[in-house]
Design a protein around this ligand. Structure first.
Ligand SMILES: CC(=O)N[C@@H]([C@@H](O)[C@H](O)[C@H](O)CO)[C@@H](O)CC(=O)C(=O)O
Length: 309
């Protein structure tokens, strides 16, 4: 048993939880955390893209992770994304994360200005040094961050003993293999998370240890089953379920509203978990989007009946 096994499995990317006025709701954060515990997932990835972190203040992000930890401590693996696009605020969130006892912190590279690799490494290492007893996960999402994790930057970061994983949301699954191989060449153990939910099976096949995903939250049972099928080597069944999941994701992405607004409506409809809407400038649901969300909710129910029986 490796000490990194706590990261191997299905880890939903936690959604932002707001009250009816659009303020962060600690109560709703706790309810969503409990919902994920009840579903049997391995952990949660808090304050990432799905958590709408770039639209939130440092204080709001502290409130969110405090409420997650109040419920999840000892029950879920908790990874808190702390990047704020400036070192000072990110360091503050890293310190705070360690004080509330998260398992790991994570960070994208700084966005907007194209910084040299030594500046990105300095940014990540400063954040990591602020949480000296906490694992560190590099978040590679070049299509949104505008900067890709290169192998030379990766090699530099391998010198930091706290770097234990890459959450890889780039689209080429080959990236997973490259980080996994180079990680294992540098360290006794190393974790790579699959990012794109639509290619979970492919990501796992090429070396991902599990996944962190923005659509797991509306169908955790389906992703848990998918992971079981991959582990059992049931390729045909795994692909069949992956295709069914992908149809649900395509439906979720077909609305004018932001995908996370659709996800939240599915949660309300199927699971009776109300975590509000999305924060502007993300687009909330109009009537036509609600119809799409309800179709997607029905598809989730049908897939559960078909594949979990
Ligand atoms: C670009 C993007 O948002 N990717 C998502 C995916 O889970 C994505 O929502 C899913 O594959 C649907 O396209 C995650 O990798 C992001 C994520 O886990 C997070 O930080 O919330």
């Amino acid at each position: 048993m490796s000490k990194l096994d706590k990261y191997r499995g299905i880890i939903p990317a936690f959604y932002a939880c707001y009250d009816e006025e659009g303020n962060v709701s600690g109560e709703r954060v706790q309810a969503l955390t409990q919902h994920f515990i009840d579903k049997g997932v391995k952990g949660v990835y808090v304050n990432g893209s799905s958590g709408e972190c770039i639209y939130q203040s440092v204080e709001e992000r502290k409130l969110i992770i405090e409420n997650v930890m109040a419920v999840a401590k000892g029950k879920l693996t908790v990874i808190n994304h702390v990047a704020c696009n400036n070192t000072k605020d990110s360091v503050e969130l890293a310190k705070h994360s360690e004080s509330v006892g998260v398992d790991a912190i994570a960070s994208i590279p700084p966005i907007y200005f194209r910084l040299p690799e030594y500046s990105i490494a300095a940014y990540w290492n400063a954040i990591s040094e602020a949480a000296p007893n906490t694992d560190f996960v590099i978040y590679n999402i070049p299509q949104l961050a505008g900067t890709a994790l290169t192998m030379s930057l990766f090699a530099e970061m391998m010198k930091n003993p706290r770097v234990i994983a890459v959450k890889n949301s780039s689209m080429p699954t080959q990236d997973i293999q490259m980080f996994k191989s180079a990680g294992l060449a540098a360290k006794d153990d190393f974790v790579v998370f699959n990012g794109p939910d639509e290619q979970f099976v492919a990501g796992r096949a090429i070396g991902a240890d599990g996944g962190i995903g923005g659509t797991y939250g509306v169908m955790p049972e389906l992703f848990l089953k998918l992971n079981d099928l991959v582990e059992a080597g049931e390729k045909k069944k795994a692909c069949e379920l992956q295709y069914a999941i992908n149809e649900i994701i395509y439906k979720m992405c077909s609305s004018r509203a932001n995908m996370y607004a659709v996800a939240k409506e599915i949660l309300r409809t199927n699971d009776n978990v109300n975590i509000g809407g999305v924060r502007e400038p993300l687009e909330n649901l109009q009537e036509a989007d609600k119809a799409i969300a309800h179709e997607a909710a029905e598809m989730v129910k049908a897939a559960k009946e078909r594949y979990l029986a």
